[in-house]
Write a protein that binds this ligand. Structure first.
Ligand SMILES: [Zn+2]
Length: 380
């Protein structure tokens, strides 16, 4: 669809305008008001092209959106893009959207505000070209991907089940597609001990910090580089003062695994380690679990990759695919056994960092690629 190329290129400044609007709304995962604002902007944009939004309201987190064209009948393609970022309230005030030559900056610009622009404009491009393929898609715009999609998981899995393909619009690091991702989860361990003055009666105290320290060694010993299992206690806290035997201590534990089976094994091992005390008199409380099953490449997904790389070649893009250590909603769609591919968003890097950027020339390319892939998957 060469005629689309020119049309899309002409839309670049409109796309950047939308990205600027979205970036300039603080929408960290816990900022419900901000995320709902982002949701309103986007559902407004989709309404302009005749799409309807079903709002899945949530009490504390932002509302998830399910969007489709009213004439869509059993759409086969699920598109997923998250609206939350990792940045807290006030980030925009400090460093709003900015542009320098071919690069754009700002909180969430590449992860993944820009993806909302390419997705919307890919559908607009299809309409512009006279294609009906826009009726073959359903979109989930969720609000908690950066915190593990725990609340949107049910919606994603439920919608995925009725689809043939899942296209996830996470950004493209180095331009590559993502075909596999590690899975993982988070755990929180709380240790209770007994306080006592460290000078006057230390023998009457039971140190929660010592108990935790011993558990950390055991937890870290679960790491197995060869198998790609990583268990990391990334945060600890505890105690009341330097001269008091610590009455409590806590640890937050991050787990990454490469297969579903390893997820079960590590989950059991963590629960076992935290099921007993090393030091008599301490008590342990463990919460958490594996929230993202590992995503491994299947033959069906390989066939989908072949189609996408072919469509890439047609427009001069050499697309490679890679395995990523980070999780995404593709872990969930693949768990629902739907051929999934990720990294279809625009090109950029440094997600979750201040230096995060979008490479602007990729906007038009990735929009065209997405439009062509949707068209191809819809033509029988
Ligand atoms: Zn993301």
């Amino acid at each position: 669809m060469w005629e689309l190329k020119g049309w899309i290129k002409q839309q670049e400044s409109n796309m950047l305008g939308l990205i600027e609007t979205l970036v300039n709304i603080d929408s960290g995962s816990y900022i419900k008001e901000g995320i709902d604002k982002v949701g309103n902007v986007l559902s407004g944009e989709y309404a302009k092209i005749g799409f309807e939004t079903e709002v899945h309201e949530q009490q504390k987190l932002g509302n998830n959106l399910l969007i489709r064209h009213p004439e869509a009948v059993n759409p086969e393609i699920l598109l997923i893009a998250h609206m939350d970022t990792v940045f807290g309230e006030g980030t925009v005030a400090g460093r709003p959207f900015s542009r320098e030559g071919d690069y754009a900056y700002g909180p969430g610009v590449i992860d993944m505000k820009a993806s909302h622009a390419t997705t919307l404009y890919a559908l607009k491009a299809l309409m512009e070209s006279g294609s009906e393929a826009f009726k073959n898609v359903e979109l989930v715009l969720n609000t908690d991907e950066e915190i593990g999609s725990i609340a949107s998981r049910e919606l994603i899995e439920q919608v995925a089940k009725t689809k043939k393909y899942a296209l996830i619009l996470e950004p493209a690091q180095n331009g590559n597609l993502v075909s596999e991702r590690k899975g993982g989860g988070k755990y929180f361990l709380k240790v209770h001990g007994k306080s006592a003055h460290a000078g006057i009666e230390p023998e009457n105290g039971i140190s929660a910090i010592e108990e935790l320290a011993r558990k950390i060694l055991k937890l870290h010993a679960l790491t197995d580089w060869e198998k790609g299992i990583n268990v990391n206690v990334g945060l600890i806290s505890g105690g009341t003062s330097v001269n008091t035997i610590a009455p409590f201590a806590t640890a937050a534990i991050d787990v990454r695994i490469e297969t579903w089976e390893d997820g079960d094994t590590v989950d059991l091992a963590i629960k076992e380690i935290c099921s007993y005390s090393e030091i008599p008199g301490t008590r342990l409380e463990l919460t958490g679990n594996i929230t993202r099953p590992a995503w491994n490449l299947t033959a069906e997904a390989e066939a989908l990759i072949a189609i996408i790389t072919e469509e890439g070649q047609k427009i001069g893009l050499e697309l490679l695919h890679e395995k990523s250590g980070g999780g995404s909603d593709a872990n969930l769609t693949s768990f629902a056994e739907i051929p999934s591919i990720d990294g279809l968003g625009p090109v950029g890097a440094d997600a979750h960092q201040e230096s995060e950027y979008l490479y602007i020339p990729s906007l038009a390319e990735r929009t065209l690629l997405l439009a062509n892939v949707i068209e191809r998957l819809s033509s029988k």
